[in-house]
Ligand binder design. Structure first.
Ligand SMILES: [Zn+2]
Length: 299
């Protein structure tokens, strides 16, 4: 265990013992009806389906598991202050386990997810998918580490079926490209062509975009192209979303994986750890020149 993960484990233990996560949740949920949360998940293997079910049961007691369409209503009219805040689950890279495990479980809670897929990964022949995963999606993976559930992609047919079942299909670039310092042609191919291909498969508009890799792996040119093609742009940077200030053009996402312990996910859902990221959020707003929305009246 590294020093950093030791410190993290200690913090989780201390916060749980002090029931700080419950206090924070109460504060977060009741005092600000304009708040919503977005969660980012990657692989969803069948071996963790029970853990996901337990996590969703806990989540559904504190939040309303929403679809993208329902979540977007935060910007139309704010929920009543005693309503549970909406939470949106998003899944990155388009693994088949998201189709087989995550989508049906979310549906059993009345929810629908956003699946950020990579068309070139979805189109990989079975023999090429692992090489694509290692070279494009997870360059840190070591041969022998990966289970098939990490790297087996959803097919275009499965993606279209999810869209037909009410899930949103989001754009995660054509080839899982890192969007910093790219040419205008490359950006149009990775973002615009990818969106067209996805809407060809789903026969629906593709409203959501999520950039790849780290919180700062984006520049203003890439973000402007994403803006041209999508209403919602999701950052891999944690934070609660406050619809009075946050624009759909730059939305925060908190990574909470299925393998996290109950103590860990409760702490993350509480928002207690989000202040660590506030400088990153400010940096992104400035870099992408996203100004806060005007304050609107709380109903
Ligand atoms: Zn990704």
């Amino acid at each position: 265990m590294t020093l950093r993960s030791q410190a993290r484990a200690l913090l989780i233990q201390a916060a749980t013992l002090a029931r700080l996560d419950d206090v924070a949740l109460h504060f977060q949920n009741r005092r600000k009806p304009s708040l919503g949360l977005v969660v980012a998940v990657h692989e969803t293997p069948a071996s963790l389906a029970n853990q996901f079910q337990e996590q969703l049961e806990w989540v559904s007691r504190h939040f309303t598991i929403a679809s993208l369409e329902v979540f977007a209503r935060l910007w139309e009219h704010l929920p009543k202050s005693d309503a549970k805040p909406p939470i949106l689950f998003t899944f990155d890279d388009g693994r088949e386990s998201n189709y087989t495990v995550a989508a049906p479980l979310l549906e059993s809670f009345g929810g629908r997810g956003v699946f950020f897929v990579v068309p070139a990964f979805a189109e990989c022949a079975p023999a090429d998918a692992l090489a694509f995963y290692r070279s494009r999606i997870n360059p840190n993976s070591q041969p022998g580490d990966e289970k098939w559930e990490d790297w087996k992609p959803m097919s275009p047919g499965q993606i279209a079926e999810l869209a037909a079942r009410g899930h949103a299909i989001g754009n995660h670039t054509l080839t899982h490209e890192r969007l910093v310092g790219r040419s205008p042609e490359n950006l149009e191919r990775e973002i615009g062509d990818s969106a067209s291909k996805l809407s060809g498969w789903t026969e629906k508009p593709v409203d959501a975009f999520a950039w790849t890799f780290g919180w700062d792996a984006i520049d203003s040119k890439a973000w402007t192209v994403a803006q041209r093609h999508h209403r919602f742009c999701f950052a891999p940077c944690p934070g609660a979303i406050d619809a009075r200030y946050d624009s759909p053009a730059l939305l925060w996402r908190r990574e909470i994986e299925l393998r996290y312990s109950a103590a860990e996910y409760r702490l993350l859902y509480s928002g207690l750890a989000d202040s660590w990221w506030s400088a990153h959020r400010t940096h992104l707003r400035r870099k992408l020149r996203v100004s806060p929305l005007h304050k609107i009246e709380v109903l």
